[in-house]
Design a binder for this molecule. Structure first.
Ligand SMILES: Nc1nc2c(ncn2[C@@H]2O[C@H](COP(=O)(O)OP(=O)(O)OP(=O)(O)O)[C@@H](O)[C@H]2O)c(=O)[nH]1
Ligand SMILES: [Mg+2]
Length: 273
């Protein structure tokens, strides 16, 4: 269950290795202990049913889910650190431009950085196929009914991806401006991507995502002449919810502003070791 929106991620998750074409399925079973000692083990259970059974222990269930996730995220973080791998968690609403920015970044930096990708979507391997065309290693995680990636999915995905030492792993999260903010994956930094077609008020409306993020990339700036989007106001709103957030303005199609994003990325890789 997602602790943010309550949607069910208790179903089947599929990890497809784009190198081999092999798919691995994992069926999630969750076990929760209630204060009276009762243990609920469930799969394919709707969040509403869980809430009905244990409605006054919802908070401890949320803490249970997040604590378990944080533990695995810490293990992932150690795994990345031991291999000197920089990992970024890219999040945005659906269609903001994550895959387009990723493919452009990989193509532009492929002679400087070794980048592998974990793609997260509810269904299809479309994005992983686009990434594969760049020639880099990629796996696709399909979350089915789930609305975000979690640390255990990344843990299993890494076994398939097997990224090289001293490299970069980019995680494209499921398109969703709410739930992914809550789930630590063991990444070095969270990057929120906001396109100019979404409106400048999004940092105020979805503050958790912008508060959790280290970087905000305002993208599709080539469309600014055609949409009402006040860049300065957007920056102001983002800084209000997160004064430390670092901001880039780019277009993945015209390449405007990409040099600043690339400079940040390469510096981050250099300072990792
Ligand atoms: N004009 C313009 N269009 C862009 C830019 N970046 C992405 N797009 C377009 O926006 C649409 C969505 O881009 P994607 O990269 O698929 O977005 P996404 O965030 O990966 O989408 P999901 O994975 O479905 O959440 C596509 O039609 C892209 O061509 C940009 O910088 N400028
Ligand atoms: Mg995508």
């Amino acid at each position: 269950m997602c602790v943010t929106c309550g949607c069910s991620d208790d179903g089947e998750t599929k990890i497809t290795n784009l190198e081999t074409g092999e798919a691995e399925y994992k069926h999630y079973h969750h076990t929760h202990a209630l204060p009276d000692g009762t243990v609920i083990t469930h799969s394919h259970i709707e969040a509403s049913q869980i809430h009905a059974k244990i409605h006054n222990t919802t908070i401890s269930l949320e803490q249970d889910i997040l604590a378990k996730n944080n533990l695995i995220a810490a293990q992932n973080r150690g795994w990345f650190k031991g291999r000197n791998i920089l990992t970024l968690n890219l999040m945005s609403s659906p269609g903001a431009g994550k895959t387009t920015l990723l493919t452009r970044t990989i193509n532009d930096l492929k002679h400087q950085l070794s980048i592998s990708v974990i793609e997260g979507d509810q269904e299809t391997t479309n994005d992983a196929k686009k990434i594969k065309e760049t020639g880099c290693k990629v796996i696709q995680i399909n979350t089915g009914t789930g609305c975000h990636l979690d640390a255990s999915m990344i843990d299993r995905g890494l076994q398939q991806l097997n990224p090289p030492l001293n490299s970069v792993v980019m995680i494209e999260n499921v398109g969703n401006l709410v739930c992914p903010a809550l789930f630590d994956l063991g990444e070095n930094a969270k990057v929120v991507i906001l396109s100019v077609t979404e409106g400048e008020d999004k940092p105020m409306k979805y503050p958790h995502m912008f508060r959790a993020s280290d970087i905000m990339i305002i993208t599709k700036i080539d469309l600014l002449p055609y949409v009402y989007f006040d860049v300065q106001k957007c920056i102001e709103y983002a800084k209000q919810v997160n004064p430390k957030i670092q901001i880039f303005q780019v277009s993945a199609t015209t390449a405007a502003g990409l040099e600043n994003w690339y400079a940040w990325l390469t510096e981050k890789v250099t300072n990792l070791s």
